[in-house]
Each structure stands twice: as structure tokens, then as C-alpha cells.
Design a protein around this ligand. Structure first.
Ligand SMILES: [Zn+2]
Length: 232
């Protein structure tokens, strides 16, 4: 790698990087991200409620089946008068049991209907919250775009210089640099390997880099911070 060139490139890129960090940490961008997170939470709640509604409808369908079974059972009962006391008592017991089951079924169904009412109210609340957030997100997005423009206009000349410089750098070197840059490693990316240490993260890595960085232009990856190391 042409270390001198890439360090020159990095010096310019650092201005751009600083601007990126400034933008990422700006109140405008943070507000936008916070609103987006709230909207996401809102839509997740809506999806959850939608699934619950589906489950309740399935359960109600089963209850309806159970009601129909009761109806069939009652219809199938003989209407003949019991022949003795024992038979009458047995018939009473069966009837009581049937009534109890029916009451439980009704209670369950009512509980489900009440929950459906609640879900409908909750969904409406989340939905209006979501719509309100959408408006706020649009406004926040405009504000952060304005901020971005403002920051970018301050560093425009560096961008131009960087593009100019790019032409004189070996694309392979640039590719290595950009790969690390894209991996969200904090700048500087290209750092010196000195006294057995990575000057990026400060870790002692002499043994891990055994035999590497022998010739000028040699590079190695820091096993701790993934930065590109060179030796002066
Ligand atoms: Zn390191």
C-alpha cells in the first residue's frame, strides 16, 4: 500500500468523518431517530393486536361450535317423563351439568367479546398516535436534511479535494481503506504500528503480528480494532 498517499487521503477524509459524526449526533438527527423508533413501536403494537384479534376470532369460532353441540345435545334428549325418582334425579343432574357448561361457555364468549372491544379501542389509539408521529417524522426529516445541507456546505471544498486525490490512489488501496471505513471503525483507520502496539486502539499485538510488516508498504490488520497498520 502507498502509505503516504493513503495518509494524505485519510487526513482529508477525517474532516468529512467529523462532519458525519456531527450530523449523526445532531439534535435534529437524534429527534428524527427517536420519532422513528416510537413509530416502529406503535406499528409493532398494532400488529400484535391484529394477531390477537385473529386468535380471538378462531377461539370464538370454536365456542360457536360448542354452542351448536349443546343445541344438538338438548334436541336429542328424550322428552319422556321419568319413570321413577332415581331416573328423575339423574335427568336433573344431567340438566344442571349442561346448564353449568353452557353458562361457562357464555362467560368465556363474553370475555372474548369484551377483549375485542378493548382491542378496537387500543388499536384506534395506536393508529392515531402513529398518524400523528408520521407528521412529526416528516417535519423532523426536513429539519435534519436542512442540518445535513448546512454541515455539508461547510466541508464542500474537502469533498472536492478528496475526489481529486482519489484519482491518484491505487484503487486496490482505496478499496481496502473503504472496506474498513464502511465497517464503522472510528477514524483514523490507517495507523502506525509502533513499539509492538497498535496506535489506533493501543493494544500490544507484537506476537499476533509475528513476521508481518517487514517491508515498507506492508500492511496488517489489527486483530483488536480492525484498523490498517503500517510501520514507518
Ligand atoms: Zn488496534
Amino acid at each position: 500500500m502507498n502509505i503516504e498517499k493513503i495518509l494524505e487521503y485519510q487526513a482529508l477524509d477525517q474532516v468529512i468523518y467529523k462532519a458525519e459524526v456531527e450530523y449523526a449526533n445532531s439534535d435534529e438527527n437524534k429527534k428524527y431517530n427517536a420519532l422513528r423508533a416510537r413509530a416502529k413501536a406503535c406499528s409493532e403494537q398494532l400488529i400484535k393486536l391484529d394477531h390477537e384479534t385473529g386468535d380471538i376470532f378462531k377461539e370464538l369460532e370454536r365456542k360457536e361450535g360448542a354452542f351448536a353441540d349443546f343445541g344438538a345435545e338438548i334436541k336429542s334428549r328424550p322428552v319422556s317423563t321419568p319413570k321413577n325418582l332415581d331416573q328423575a334425579a339423574k335427568s336433573d343432574d344431567a340438566l344442571i351439568k349442561l346448564e353449568e357448561n353452557l353458562a361457562a361457555l357464555e362467560k368465556d364468549s363474553n370475555r372474548l367479546f369484551r377483549r375485542l372491544d378493548e382491542i378496537s379501542r387500543e388499536s384506534q389509539q395506536y393508529f392515531s398516535q402513529f398518524m400523528k408521529l408520521r407528521g412529526e417524522i416528516n417535519a423532523a426529516n426536513e429539519a435534519r436534511n436542512e442540518k445535513r445541507k448546512q454541515i455539508l456546505s461547510g466541508i464542500a471544498e474537502y469533498g472536492i479535494k478528496l475526489n481529486e486525490l482519489k484519482k491518484s490512489i491505487d484503487p486496490k488501496d482505496l478499496e481496502i481503506y473503504q472496506k474498513v471505513r464502511g465497517a464503522k471503525v472510528k477514524l483514523p483507520i490507517v495507523v502506525e504500528f509502533k513499539d509492538g502496539n497498535c496506535r489506533g486502539c493501543g493494544m500490544h499485538i507484537e506476537t499476533e503480528l509475528h513476521g508481518k510488516l517487514q517491508n515498507p508498504g506492508d500492511i496488517a490488520e489489527c486483530p483488536h480494532c480492525r484498523r490498517i497498520l503500517y510501520r514507518k
